[in-house]
Design a binder for this molecule. Sequence first.
Ligand code: NA7
Length: 557
Amino acid sequence: MGSIGAQEQNYDVLIIGAGLSGIYSLHQVRERLPSARVRVLEAAEGAGGTWFWNCYPGARFDSETISYQFSWDKELLQEWNWKETFSAQPDILQYIERVCEKHDLYGDIQFNTRITSAQWQDTDRNWLLVDETGVQYRTRFLITCLGVLSNPTLPAIAGIQDFQGPSFHPSRWPKDFDMKRDFANKRIGVIGTGATGIQTITETSKEPSIKSLTVFQRTPSWSAPLRNAKITTEQMQKLKGEYDSTFQQCASTPTGFLHQADPRKSSEVSHEERVALWEKLYAEPGFAKWIGTFRDTFLDREANRLYSEFMADKIRQRVDDPVLAESLIPKNHGFGTRRVPLESGYFEAFNQSNVHLVDLQKTPIDRITPNGIRTTDGTEHQLDVLVYATGFDAITGGFSPIEWHGKDDRPLLGSSDGETGKRARWVDHRPYTYLGLMVPSFPNMFMVLGPHQPFGNVPRSIEHAVQVVAQLLEFCQNKNYTVVEASEEAANGWTEHVIECGKGGLLNEVDSWMTGINTNVPGKRVRSVVRYGGSAVEYRKRCQQCRAAGWSGFNFA
Ligand code: NA7
């Protein structure tokens, strides 16, 4: 690949982020463009992205480990022994560190480097990046590996700065945390009951030395059993022998998971047959109960209502106090229309005398005080520690901490009621992309797991996106192209297609991070289609067609 300058801070390819996307991008760039000067810039002090940051108690995969690891290193697949069906965060991080060591990736990853601005330089045909200390980096090509859930958001609640005890967002959990030492005899409060809150709450509730745990719930979640188990040596050997078929199976399903929907509609079968399938799924580990149910469950309101009622009864059976059980059952959205958090004893935690639920629909938070949380009924819930499991500025939000200037100085993000909104490519966080890989006006800037890509089984989506980006870079190198940019026509077509794919899906009719909502972020209060709702198989086919047609939809110079 041609050199772009003599100074040390000049690169051919820069990658932002050293999570799974970033480290595999580095590996692919090295493989396909061996002479390229490539570097990963990472804000954290270690690799792993999501799995580096989210070290809160209870953090673990709720997708099957076996299908949720990298598939590209066959040697490592045979070497690595997983301990559990759903791996815990420390084990995942250890695995990622092993990937980096084995492939000697650390030499090209620069940690503690937080990029704050990225500007396209039309004259030089490169990107100028600046980090928070003012150091500049120039690169011909830029691969953003920013993560879908990397920008944590604290709740927009009055008095948050007043709380005197320790407080943290789970994705910024103290690295030296020790549950026995730090939570012993403490009154702990958790705001938020999404997947993160549910893992944190369940794990914390199991610690016998805590004084109390108070859960502040605005919207209950349709949580269901994870059913984790240890993997024995014999089981691991067997799993290793099946990896080819495991990944083939993932490649054949719409979500990239091993599970797929039952081909029948719920209306086609009797009540007994429906319940038989639901009971079977409920007893299975992982997302079987979300993805494996009747195919109309997330398209047809009545089908969804029936399944939701079945799931509501399961919650009722697990919570001793019937009034409390009703508070824990979602009423404003159906099962699986938001991401289903999987748990290991979450509902039973509320049967403990030291675990309390504050239903914020009945008594909203008035403010955070120095000693706890005051609700609108005047009660002050006394707390020693406060956990804000209040989610992320998801998907487009990963791009927010960087000030983007594309071609003609166009911003990436802007609000419709501000000056920037007039020119921004993603007005009010509504994505506009081609294949979720590039944005017009942002030449040479690629996205791995950007908006408009399928998210399902994340490592499967990452591997595919990274390979497409690396192939496109290889194409540029072979043809001596120094600029590649998605055309407006292609981006219009793709954005329309993504919106079309989302129609009729119940998931797109519910507020959640998957529909672009975050009530704590101004400009994220209106739903938008942020992820590709078609099947991952279809997505890959479309990328393949684009490539086969000489990368149609991209302009080269
Ligand atoms: P989520 O799923 O976005 O959940 C955030 C939770 O925090 C949710 O229960 C919110 O209630 C609650 N929340 C947010 N802001 C507030 C305020 N201001 N007051 C009270 N409650 C609030 O984030 P997670 O981190 O749990 O999970 C994100 C993904 O990570 C997950 O889907 C997995 O893929 C991994 P709300 O529902 O908005 O009423």
